[in-house]
Design a protein. Structure first.
Length: 124
């Protein structure tokens, strides 16, 4: 957040300071990878997961966020409107989780329970 004035507004958020808008966007960038983590359960080591998330942020999330929220080509050519993050956050995370789940295969203990996991709810 160098050279960002805390008393000025950007053209993307004319009513709030640019620094606050930057922190708001960073919150989405931090939360989005958490939607993918379910596809990695017992399939990746922590180091591989961190490397994947850094690469995913740089090569998937940031470009798509710019294309839609930052006056990129999707917004200019197709007039894409994404008010609540359905396209940038949920679609990119969901498609990435699906692809990773298909590539990584079944969980390690999938055969242990014959494909059916025991209930994890105490009343069940």
């Amino acid at each position: 957040m160098l050279n960002v004035r805390y008393d000025s507004c950007s053209r993307h958020s004319p009513t709030i300071p640019a620094a606050l808008f930057g922190f708001f966007q960073m919150m989405f960038a931090a939360i989005s990878p958490l939607l993918i983590t379910g596809a990695f359960a017992e399939r990746l080591k922590y180091k591989a997961f961190i490397i994947f998330i850094i690469g995913w942020e740089l090569f998937i999330y940031y470009p798509v966020a710019h294309w839609i929220w930052g006056d990129g080509w999707l917004k200019i050519i197709f007039q894409v409107q994404d008010f609540a993050g359905g396209m940038v956050i949920h679609t990119t995370s969901g498609v990435s989780a699906l692809i990773c789940g298909k590539i990584l295969g079944a969980r390690k203990d999938f055969d242990k329970y014959n494909g059916e996991f025991p209930p994890s709810n105490l009343p069940l």
